[in-house]
Design a protein around this ligand. Structure first.
Ligand code: AHR
Length: 870
């Protein structure tokens, strides 16, 4: 890669020349096996993700914990119903309330009822059969028939069913199916669910429920549309149920799996860490079932006796350890065991095969007083107890949260018990530039300690999750693929945001309301990588560069915790023509940032010595990438020194020479790309207060020479903001080559792939995720602003070529060595975005080889004897 990068950089200097990027791939030279678990999912109840959201229950306040809120009455003619809260005669001790309904003046033609309008509206769809149920009993002499109906907002009936005409004096559950009729046009987002009576008297009701068909038809399951979005990622595992959610705001309100299984009326709710009530109708068993429905391995995170505000001493956590062992018995034990029997009673006699347990969430900080007390001692107890009973379990350990590059070291620093772990769970929330600069992060990791990147996402300088964020994450992901001998698993976080509710976190993959959803560009990166990664990496090298426009930049001056004077700023181009010539006799229009700046006594002065990062930018835009800057500087007071700013594009993208940094111990070149600052070169050195220094910086594209008092300090290279990041993975059995390319820049190029190992290219398809700008986002109104689209790739002389668009993530899928799979491809007649139907791949004898035409490039094909355009 280093070699590739240097080729890229040397070509950058002459900006307008280079427009071709090429990748040579040799599929005969295998790299590493790509972990089959690399793509996963993380689910946590955050942003009101579950109740009133992903969990498909349509009734709001079904157990009347909120009194009679969200319930209303309706009487037909003189028939009426009145409602109140009953807190005495309840179903069980878990329930706090039931609803008491008193029906009057009702008969078989004059009914009265109670109805619910859902969480933020109630969506029903044409052709669906709903499942309605409730617990009910009569009080005293009630007699009559209870019917339930789904209606529109003006009581037009979409479907109805008799619940019972023999209500007894004991609590009992009544369940009916309600097929929806033709009155539902396509869907209705404002439907109602009504329970009506033909008799008079008093009825108690609790746990009133209405489910549409769910994802995979699972009882007590999740929304179909959202479940399908998750399935489209092809997750290999599901990490649940958190996150901080596992820890709880305090231990009393942590997630306790035993409170979340079995009949829903027996489940206890709790106030979750994100400050709302989790009703736990969707609980431990349901998460395991969801994992099974998604064909993903479950990965359960357990509480280690630490919450966000309290903890138990490590030698008092036996119950917590036992809970984890019991959770494994529930998931895996045979049906003669206590918890295995419960699982069977709850509808799943077969084991769920839970093999991965994460011991705590973010409970191993460098600062051990913060949510991390005695982590090693806790980990040791959990691991010993779990492996004693379930030796095949893989345990996952925590490291420092939200960490920088050294987060693993908290494990080593705090490992008082010399524990070993199958995986360390790293969490990264940073800006897009941080991720983009971490393509090679894992190249130098020790290969023996396996990593689970259990939470990562851009969370700053990326709108609410824009294209730039997705491209940064894509670059990071490609690096993980290249290193998936170490990074065995990864998942984005968080997954869901319910836009109807107060949200806790803006940067989520899937945003939904009661009826629709849209995905962030980050979702599509996960989805595209989940289904377009080969089983092994293969040797590849890249040369060339994207075409960049000469981006205008500025120069400037600054200080860090220092007061200083500056004088005689000159910038000349390569022909010695003055671009800037400021003797500081008057203020030429400097743009002052923080600090206290003024032009005085023939100098530019910054007098606030307590200010970090005080900056002043010269107003003239440079027109060339090749220039020499000189300036004189004097430190007047303070702890550090000067910042000589060059290549300044905006406050997020610039470089500076930092003289006297790090407490006046070092000089350095630092470069900030999209808000992420890295040190390009450093050397020890200091400044003397009161002395004048002459600084010279010679910039030639990405190469920079810095001089202090005419002595060369640095001959450095900036990282190009125009790098293209790519990798190649291959599935030999299917002869499928996947070349993934990220272009995070505004530049463009032609990208060519040469297969150097001798195989012919049978066909190639290209999928591109891009948008108009790097800050393009999706929304409920415009969900496909940034969306994967099929584009054309040309196959010619064994080389595959396509247009590498600005700000794009490109997936090129190439099938090798089955040249007779198509009769004809005419790459000249390519048409973009033409939908195809009933196509297939046929060999020369007309035998259908494959129904899947997604692997074909756009062009002409002979299909069923006819020339067809795809
Ligand atoms: O993903 C959101 C939160 O970020 C998770 O709950 C937690 O693990 C992390 O701090």
């Amino acid at each position: 890669m280093k070699k590739t990068l240097s080729v890229v950089l040397s070509l950058c200097a002459s900006a307008m020349m280079a427009q071709t990027v090429s990748m040579d791939v040799n599929v005969a030279k295998k790299g590493i096996d790509v972990s089959p678990r690399l793509t996963g999912l993380f689910l946590e109840d955050i942003n009101h993700a579950i109740d009133g959201g992903f969990y498909a229950e349509l009734i709001r306040n079904r157990s009347f914990d909120e009194g009679t809120s969200y319930w209303q009455t309706k009487g037909f003619f003189s028939a009426s119903a009145t409602i109140s809260t009953e807190s005495e005669d309840l179903v069980n001790t878990v329930q706090q309330n039931a609803m008491k309904v008193v029906f009057s003046n009702c008969d078989s033609t004059h009914l009265a009822g109670v109805y619910n309008t859902g969480w933020w509206g109630m969506r029903v769809e044409k052709g669906d059969t709903m499942t309605a149920s409730l617990l009910a009993k009569r009080v005293g002499s009630y007699s009559g028939k209870l019917t339930v109906a789904v209606t529109n907002s003006t009581s037009r009936i979409y479907g109805t069913a008799v619940l019972t005409d023999t209500l007894t004096g004991e609590w009992a559950r009544y369940t009916v199916k309600i097929p929806l009729n033709k009155m539902v046009a396509q869907y209705d987002n404002s439907a109602r669910f009504i329970i009506k009576s033909s008799g008079n008297g008093t009825v108690l009701m609790d746990m009133v429920s209405l489910f549409p068909p769910t994802f995979c038809g699972t009882a007590n399951g999740v929304r179909r549309d959202l479940g399908e979005l998750l399935a489209d990622i092809h997750p290999s595992f599901l990490r649940f149920p958190g996150g901080c959610f596992v820890e709880g705001v305090d231990l009393a309100n942590r997630f306790q799996w035993k409170n979340t299984i079995g009949p829903v009326e027996n489940r206890k709710s709790h106030t979750n860490v994100w400050n709302y009530e989790s009703l736990n109708g969707f609980g431990y068993h349901d998460y395991l079932q969801l994992a099974e429905d998604l064909n993903a391995e479950p990965l359960f995170v357990v509480n280690v006796g630490i919450s966000h505000s309290d903890y138990l001493e490590y030698n008092k956590i036996d119950d917590y350890v036992q809970d984890a062992v019991d959770a494994l018995e529930y998931a895996n034990g045979d049906t003669t065991t206590t918890y295995g029997r419960m699982r069977a009673a709850n509808g799943h006699p077969e084991p769920f095969n839970l093999k991965m347990i994460e011991i705590g969430n973010e409970n191993n900080q460098f600062d051990t007083s913060y949510r991390s007390k005695d982590y090693s001692k806790r980990f040791k107890q959990f691991k010993a107890a779990i492996l004693a009973k379930y030796p095949d379990t893989e345990v996952i350990g925590d490291v420092d949260m939200w960490c920088a590059d050294d987060c693993r070291n908290s494990w080593y620093q705090n490992n008082t018990e010399n524990c070993t772990t199958d995986y360390l769970d790293e969490h990264y929330y940073h800006n897009p530039g941080w991720f983009a600069q971490r393509f090679n992060k894992y190249d130098n990791y020790d290969r023996s300690q396996k990593i689970f990147c259990g939470e990562y996402a851009c969370t700053s300088e990326c709108g609410n999750g824009n294209l730039n964020a997705a491209l940064g994450e894509a670059i990071f992901r490609l690096g993980m693929e290249n290193n998936s001998d170490v990074v065995r698993m990864s998942c984005f976080a968080p997954t869901f945001r319910n836009v109807n509710a107060d949200n806790n976190w803006n940067y989520d993959m899937i945003h939904f309301n009661n009826s629709s959803s849209y995905c962030s560009p980050s979702y599509y990166v996960q989805q595209l990588c989940g289904s377009n990664t080969g089983t092994e990496t293969v040797e590849n090298s890249i040369s060339g560069n994207v075409e960049i426009e000469t981006s205008p930049s500025y120069v400037g001056l600054g200080t860090w915790l220092t007061a200083a004077d500056f004088d005689d700023l000159h910038v000349v181009d390569n022909s010695d023509v003055d671009i800037v010539n400021d003797d500081m006799s008057t203020n030429k229009g400097w743009n002052y940032g923080s600090g206290t700046w003024r032009v005085t006594n023939g100098m530019l002065n910054q007098s606030l010595a307590s200010q970090e990062g005080a900056t002043a930018i010269y107003p003239t835009k440079l027109t060339s990438n090749n220039y020499t800057l000189t300036v004189k500087c004097r430190k007047n007071s303070g702890n550090e020194g000067f910042l000589i700013i060059f290549d300044y594009k905006d406050s997020q993208n610039y470089s500076w020479l930092n003289l006297g940094g790090w407490g006046n111990t070092q000089h350095a070149i630092e470069q900030c790309v999209n808000g992420a600052k890295v040190t390009v070169a450093t050397t020890s050195g200091s400044l003397t207060t009161g002395s004048w220094y002459t600084v010279k910086i010679v910039v030639n594209g990405f190469s920079v020479k810095c001089y202090l008092n005419d002595k060369l300090l640095f001959n450095g290279t900036l990282s190009g903001s125009n790098n293209v990041y790519a990798n190649a993975t291959y599935t030999p059995d299917a002869k499928q080559l996947y070349v993934k390319v990220v272009n995070p820049t505004s530049g463009k190029a032609s990208f060519g792939v040469n297969v150097k190992s001798g195989e012919s290219v049978s066909n190639a398809s290209l999928t591109v995720l891009t948008g108009e700008n790097s800050d393009s986002e999706n929304s409920m109104d415009a969900p496909k602003t940034v969306y994967p689209r099929q584009k054309s790739a040309t196959v010619s002389d064994g080389k595959v070529t396509f247009d590498l668009l600005p700000y794009s993530f490109n997936i090129l899928k190439i099938t090798l060595g089955t040249a007779d799979a198509m009769n004809e491809v005419n790459a000249d007649a390519i048409q973009d975005n033409v939908e195809a139907s009933n196509l297939g791949v046929y060999n020369a004898n007309g035998i259908r080889l494959d129904d899947d035409i997604s692997c074909l490039p756009h062009g002409f094909y002979i299909i069923n004897g006819k020339k067809t355009i795809k």
